[in-house]
Design a protein around this ligand. Structure first.
Ligand SMILES: C[S@@+](CC[C@H](N)C(=O)[O-])C[C@H]1O[C@@H](n2cnc3c(N)ncnc32)[C@H](O)[C@@H]1O
Length: 434
């Protein structure tokens, strides 16, 4: 168990298996080996092992809770719900099981039930900081009025007061305050945080996002790593299930309209692949599917999901620059929103594409006729249509298609975006006007 906790998974697995050789039905070894198998992407084996452990110790709340987690992460919310309910029957004060139950009810869009579960959790365990944080996210994700946003800010504040290590709650507090138009208070949250941690890239970026400092040309690498390494565990749950995230689907739908029928013939780069949500959608077209992302945590999730031939942890522009004429398609869902200035990354994409290759990406939309981009309070950039068009023309693309669509929700509101496709022009030399 010590090896397991230290993330030495090979050692831990070997030791659990040795125990099971000596005593095949040792329940703890079965249970923890199951958890380990799930961490390594062998979730069917995990279900079998934890199930076996529960046949010996059927009233073990942790085992029910962990089995629930396996089902939740394998997209089986009903099975997960049943496990969490069993965990709570066996251990009524199992706060993790109750908070997981709330999350899994939210995933199923049973918002009243989820709200009741969060409330029960906080009545039972008012000092449980993750409960306040999760309720804050719930209230903001599904906000129907200003009161919900105000309550979300209070939840984040309480979560941070109880556990000052929980800086994600601080980031979330700033975002809620900004959404409430309390801009100066939001900036103050980040300023105070920077005083305590001057090197932390998150408050630095977020202070710029609320207008309290100059915006960088793109989100800096440390910020991206910090945010997405911390987000990797809950990314699919938060975005896909709770925020109606549809960028991968919308983008691949658009792209497949310009590609030939799927024949596994194209070399495709998923640029900013995250947890790998685009992989199953684009795979039928790909001979080689490569994923690249700055966040090692996200790439690890993509590796577990499967579908890629190659995965790399690297900064996107630098990675593209090192791959001349290597791809037929460069696809990027919800990643160029971390780039204010699109010219370097588009120039690098063009160089990485073969003649007539396609670049395909989504962005968040900035209204108006002006040719510009801006860092918004969410920490992501928005781009105007004129900016995107000019940047593509300037970096050597033609056949430009920019279509508006809704990519996800935020604070209860749809986030409008652009779905962009463009073809690398066929000239060998870039006639690019700087
Ligand atoms: C919102 S996620 C989208 C992930 C995935 N494309 C999807 O649609 O699910 C954005 C991803 O972009 C990555 N990212 C942001 N800036 C990057 C950069 N400069 N280089 C590489 N990856 C970057 C982040 O690490 C994160 O995984």
């Amino acid at each position: 168990m010590q090896a397991h906790q230290a993330d030495e998974l090979d050692t831990a697995e070997k030791l659990y298996r040795e125990i099971l050789k000596l005593q095949p039905m040792q329940p703890d070894a079965l249970h923890y080996l199951g958890v380990l198998c799930h961490q390594c992407g062998r979730s069917d084996e995990a279900v079998e092992l934890i199930g076996k452990a529960l046949s010996i110790t059927p009233r073990h709340p942790d085992a029910h809770n962990n089995l629930g987690n396996v089902h939740k992460e394998c997209d089986r919310p009903l099975e997960a719900e049943a496990c969490y309910r069993r965990a709570l029957e066996c251990g009524p004060t199992h706060y993790n099981a109750l908070s997981n139950l709330a999350v899994v009810l939210e995933i199923q869009d049973r918002l009243d039930d989820a709200f009741n579960a969060y409330t029960a959790l906080l009545q039972q365990a008012p000092q449980f900081a993750p409960g306040h944080y999760l309720l804050g996210l719930f209230l903001r994700n599904h906000a129907q009025n200003v009161e919900h946003l105000e309550q979300s800010a209070e939840c984040f504040r309480t979560a941070f007061e109880i556990d000052p290590r929980n800086v994600r709650a601080l980031e979330a507090l700033g975002v809620s305050l900004y959404a409430l138009k309390r801009h100066e208070e939001a900036a103050q949250v980040y300023r105070d945080w920077l005083v305590r941690e001057p090197e932390n890239p998150v408050p630095r970026h977020m202070l710029a996002a609320c207008g309290g400092a100059d915006a960088p040309a793109r989100a800096d690498d440390d910020y991206v790593r910090n945010v997405f390494d911390g987000f990797a565990e809950s990314f699919d749950e938060q975005l896909l299930k709770n925020l109606g995230y549809r960028a991968p689907q919308v983008l691949t739908d658009a792209l497949t309209q310009v590609l030939e029928a799927p024949q596994s013939r194209l070399d495709v780069l998923d640029a900013g692949c995250g947890t790998g949500l685009c992989a199953p959608l684009i795979r039928p077209w790909a001979r080689q599917l490569t994923g690249v992302d700055l966040s090692g945590g996200m790439v690890e999730k993509a590796r577990l999901r499967g579908g890629y031939d190659t995965l790399a942890v690297a900064e996107l522009t630098a990675y593209l620059e090192a791959q001349p004429a290597a791809y037929d398609v460069v696809l990027s869902a919800d990643t160029l929103v971390y780039f204010g200035d699109l010219l370097p990354v588009l120039r690098a994409s063009r160089a990485a594409l073969r003649p007539d290759g396609w670049v395909a990406f989504t962005l968040e939309a900035l209204d108006g006729e002006l040719d510009r981009s801006e860092l918004s309070s969410s920490g992501r950039y928005r781009h105007s249509r004129n900016y995107v068009e000019r940047a593509l023309l300037q970096t050597g693309f033609d056949d430009i298609r920019i279509v508006p669509d809704t990519l996800r929700k935020e604070a209860g509101e749809p986030v409008r975006g652009w779905v962009v496709l463009a073809r690398r022009d066929s000239s060998d030399v870039r006639g690019e006007a700087e």
